[in-house]
Design a binder for this molecule. Structure first.
Ligand SMILES: *[C@@H]1O[C@H](CO)[C@@H](O)[C@H](O)[C@H]1NC(C)=O
Length: 265
């Protein structure tokens, strides 16, 4: 059905133009995230605070963990329904609950998923033209990388919006999508275009990701996937344990692959 648009001026960007209502919704969602994050007044905290609270920032804002994101979850969900062991607790001695998959962060996780959807649309719409696909992946990677560079001022922890997984900050989303477009482009070229490699062994757990995810959640704490470590403070034993567990799950996935058993929703 796409042949109709081939002679219009926007034919080369039809993977974007044909989805203009979705783009408007995503832009509105992102503006909502930016406004709530930087303009919402949070009692006792500086506006637009993005830090961990606790002893971070010289201990000036001990109860401001996550700024607006934390505040919205406390107001919307209540402290009893929030995560009480965020990763900042140990490092920054925080006392406040904070949800790394909170309400505000969900907005940006939607934006991240939308970039994945965009990659899928590119693959489907330019199916017969691998070069067109690679070109578009590259353009997205450069654009998102450029935005990330500005937002973070090319630093690891600073900038206008620092990369922060717990907050699903905008720079976290743009940086991750940039890397993903690069990686997907390389994989697409090596696996689909050149057929140099079939994606093994990653294809086995990839084809059964739900099964492996559920099985490792249920059994991951038992032997032989995990055991009480004798040298837990060394790096060698945990490394060996994780490598062994991962290899075992890949092997299990391979056996299911051979049996052609795929758990799907
Ligand atoms: C932070 O919250 C704790 C209780 O969670 C309270 O005891 C403490 O006074 C608060 N600190 C500030 C600076 O508001």
């Amino acid at each position: 059905t796409y042949f109709i648009v081939f002679d219009t001026w926007w034919a080369s960007v039809r993977d974007i133009v044909l989805y203009w209502p979705e783009w408007i919704i995503v832009v509105i969602l992102e503006l909502l995230w930016l406004c709530l994050t930087f303009l919402l007044p949070v009692p006792g905290c500086p506006r637009g605070y993005l830090g961990p609270g606790g002893i971070g920032d010289d201990g000036k804002y001990p109860n401001c963990t996550g700024g607006a994101a934390g505040y919205i979850d406390k107001w919307l969900l209540g402290e009893d329904h929030m995560y009480h062991h965020p990763t900042c607790k140990e490092m920054y001695k925080t006392t406040q609950p904070f949800d790394p998959e909170g309400t505000l962060g969900t907005i940006n996780s939607i934006v991240l998923a939308f970039f994945g959807l965009q990659a899928g649309k590119i693959i489907l719409m330019y199916r017969q033209q691998p070069l067109s696909i690679l070109k578009r992946f590259l353009i997205w990677a450069v654009l998102l990388g450029f935005i990330s560079a500005i937002l973070t001022k090319c630093t690891q922890n600073e900038g206008f919006i620092p990369i922060n997984k717990n907050l699903w900050s905008l720079s976290f989303v743009t940086t991750l999508s940039c890397f993903s477009f690069v990686l997907l482009g390389i994989m697409f070229y090596v696996i689909d275009v050149k057929k140099w490699w079939g994606g093994q062994p990653f294809i086995f757990p990839g084809m059964n990701s739900i099964l492996i995810y559920v099985a490792s959640s249920l059994l991951g704490t038992y032997f032989p996937f995990r055991w009480e470590m004798k040298y837990a403070t060394s790096h060698a034993e945990p490394l060996f344990q994780h490598l062994l567990a991962t290899s075992l799950w890949v092997l299990i996935a391979y056996l299911f692959y051979k049996k052609k058993f795929f758990l799907k929703i």
